[in-house]
Ligand binder design. Structure first.
Ligand code: C5P
Length: 405
């Protein structure tokens, strides 16, 4: 659970997006957080405290005059125990109040009273597109950011008022991903990470082709972990149906040649390349324009194959990689002798770090175990979820970059 041990004060302000806050609260709790809900009067017009109490399992605070706190200082007590205050939805009016440092009701009061150095404030704006675009709101966003507040993105699309545009609140799962990412250490801030993931598909004819069982899960988890660590991330994905991790730029490709071209295009600006894709070694020399039919002879068609380009080796031999500007990481999916095979593959591909895993134990699974091999030795990352392993691998890569290994 990504938020185990975290205590979140979840503030709701007046807006129709309050209905999404119920689901968001549930998602925070499911991820292990304890959640204390605080609602403004405006929020009470849209959703009841009963709903939020049932989902958070705590009595909701709605007033600074709440007599429950023996010291009568709910704003102090609530803000001191939080690991973060998240306002979702945050109305245009509440942003203006925060920007001005107003303190005449409980939620704005506790935001102002929070110890800024240890209790971060995140807001998820929600409003009509004209209100979002208004110079006053733009000014407030800039002021809040200057004051150290994290202003989450807004969604684009249909709005409750019937108009379409920017300003709707992010969906609960997007908010959750942003809060989880917020707590991750920013080990790769300023880096551009390029990740290849998934299988490739090599066409035989318009309806058939050669592919493999790679699910793309490890590569997608690595892209997510790199983004959480503060990097700009480009994910070059073969044909898989996984959702794109938040904040990651995805480029969909099909064949090994497409994947090479997409990776080469971005390698000039990348500082790290992590090759997790299971690239087909061979492709049919010439894909047929039409479906190849049985000709009644009982003989299968004679297919001729040519070798695919090695994307990792190509990038690892580029001048940028050789000068140390592009740090390349390879993967090896083996069935046996993981150490010997991984060490040999590291040298063959010419990469500083190679990550070995057992193919049949990882393809399609949510868990994996990794063996890291570099010039200094090996390190095992014990069986765990791919998400946890991805975060560990990102930390290993970050420390090798710091130490220039
Ligand atoms: O040679 P092998 O396929 O076992 O190498 C695996 C590593 O090389 C992986 O990191 C994979 O993404 C990369 N690779 C590649 N292009 C290929 C074959 C493998 O980038 N044509």
């Amino acid at each position: 659970m990504d938020l185990q041990g975290k205590h979140i004060v979840l503030g709701l302000t007046g807006g129709i997006a309050c209905y999404k806050a119920a689901e968001f609260c549930r998602a925070l709790v499911k991820e292990g957080a304890t959640v204390q809900v605080v609602m403004t009067e405006g929020a009470l017009q849209f959703i009841t405290p009963v709903t939020m109490q049932a989902l958070s399992n705590r009595i909701v605070y709605t007033s600074q005059w709440d007599a429950r706190a023996p010291n009568a200082m709910a704003h102090i007590n609530l803000s001191r125990e939080a690991d973060a205050i998240v306002i979702a939805p945050c109305s245009a009016d509440f942003m203006a109040r925060l920007a001005q440092g107003r303190a005449d009701e409980l939620l704005s009061l506790l935001c102002l009273a929070r110890p800024m150095e240890r209790v971060p404030l995140l807001i998820a704006p929600a409003m009509n597109r004209e209100m979002w675009a208004h110079p006053a709101t733009r000014r407030n966003v800039a002021q809040l950011q200057a004051d150290g507040c994290t202003v989450l993105d807004v969604g684009v699309g249909e709005q409750a008022c019937g108009e379409t545009g920017d300003g709707r609140m992010l969906e609960p799962q997007e908010l959750l991903a942003d809060v989880v990412a917020f707590f991750q250490p920013k080990l790769l801030a300023g880096q551009h990470v390029l990740v290849s993931a998934g299988p490739t598909y090599e066409a035989i004819d318009p309806v058939r082709g050669i592919t493999n069982l790679s699910s793309g899960k490890m590569g997608f988890a690595i892209a997510r972990a790199a983004s959480e660590a503060g990097a700009q991330v480009t994910l070059v994905a073969g044909p898989v149906s996984l959702p794109t991790p938040r904040g990651v730029k995805r480029v969909d490709v099909r064949s090994a040649s497409n994947m090479l071209a997409a990776c080469m295009d971005r390698a000039d600006t990348a500082s790290i390349f992590i090759a997790t894709a299971a690239v087909a070694d061979w492709r049919p020399k010439q894909a047929s324009d039409q479906k190849i039919k049985k000709d009644g002879s009982g003989q299968p068609p004679a297919l001729e194959f040519v070798e695919n380009p090695d994307i990792l080796a190509t990038l690892a031999q580029s001048p940028r990689a050789r000068s140390g500007a592009l740090y390349c990481v390879g993967f090896a999916a083996e069935s046996h002798d993981l150490l010997a095979n991984s060490s040999a593959k590291r040298l063959k591909k010419g990469v500083p770090l190679l990550v070995g895993n057992i193919g049949p134990a990882t393809f399609g699974q949510d868990e994996n175990a990794l063996l890291l091999v570099d010039a200094h030795g090996t390190r095992e990352l014990a069986r765990n979820t791919k998400r946890a392993l991805a975060r560990q691998l990102i930390a290993e890569i970050a420390s090798r970059m710091v130490h220039k290994e």
